[in-house]
Design a protein around this ligand. Structure first.
Ligand SMILES: Nc1nc2c(ncn2[C@@H]2O[C@H](COP(=O)(O)OP(=O)(O)O)[C@@H](O)[C@H]2O)c(=O)[nH]1
Ligand SMILES: [Mg+2]
Length: 227
């Protein structure tokens, strides 16, 4: 089975090379799709230097549009059997792909979420982020009648047919609840597995903030009732 790894990247000059290295050493037949979302910190130039490397497919946005828009560009261009979202920071560990794809390989699932809240090792970080995450997951579950533990996780893995059936409207971080709502309506089989989480601080480049949390609540309602 061929994997398509989709990496949305916005201002990740400190980690982009290392994440590509970590993805590359995973023992799978794969393509690596990187979407630069109009970075202005030098990420874009680093990617331009790697264009000759044939295992990378690199796309560039001409303005900053957000993670959702970057995923939309990425998903349009995947050709593998299984699609994995990989953030460009180092919070999520590609050595866990093996576990993430197993339920699909065994034909038990069509979609797999890697959960940061099922007991894997994780860096101790912001209390209020965890509260926010749990409230968003709870609220999403109430709308979808699913029992996820981590709706906002970056590690979302799909059979290609499934993700290409979904049209993504959210340009920014609303993409996580949107995909979750749309998955729930497709009636596909969803699995969750524990993953590790090496979270970063704002001083280390984290970008999501409380406003994204508020937007996520609106997104959950919007995609439950209006789309
Ligand atoms: N395309 C795009 N990606 C972004 C943007 N902001 C963040 N990202 C990417 O989305 C991923 C998650 O962002 P991050 O700040 O780590 O958020 P968090 O880990 O979900 O809190 C990273 O790969 C970022 O490079 C943006 O405006 N556009
Ligand atoms: Mg991150």
């Amino acid at each position: 089975m061929k994997l398509s790894i989709v990496i949305p990247a916005y201002n990740e000059k400190n980690t982009i090379k290392e994440i590509i290295r970590r993805v590359r050493i995973t023992p799978f037949d794969k393509e690596i799709i990187i979407v630069d979302d109009f970075s202005d910190d030098g990420t874009c130039e680093l990617l331009r230097d790697m264009e000759q490397e044939t295992d990378l497919k690199i796309f560039y946005h001409t303005k900053n549009m957000g993670k959702g828009a970057a995923l939309r560009t990425g998903f349009k261009n995947v050709t593998g059997d299984i699609v994995i979202v990989q953030d460009a920071d180092l919070e999520y560990d590609p050595s866990e792909y093996e576990n993430l794809i197993e339920p699909i390989r065994e034909n038990k699932a069509d979609v797999v979420y890697g959960s940061r809240f099922m007991g894997g090792p994780r860096r101790v970080l912001y209390f209020w982020h965890t509260v926010g995450n749990r409230m968003l997951t709870l609220f999403s579950n109430m709308m979808t009648n699913m029992n996820l533990t981590d709706m906002e996780t970056c590690y979302k893995v799909f059979r290609r047919e499934v993700i290409q059936k979904i049209s993504i409207k959210s340009n920014r971080f609303g993409v996580e609840p949107e995909i979750t709502a749309k998955i729930s309506r497709l009636g596909v089989r969803l699995y969750e597995i524990p993953i590790s989480y090496d979270g970063r601080r704002y001083s280390e480049g984290k970008k999501i903030d409380w406003k994204d949390g508020i937007t996520a609540f609106y997104t959950i309602i919007k995609f439950r009732f209006f789309d």
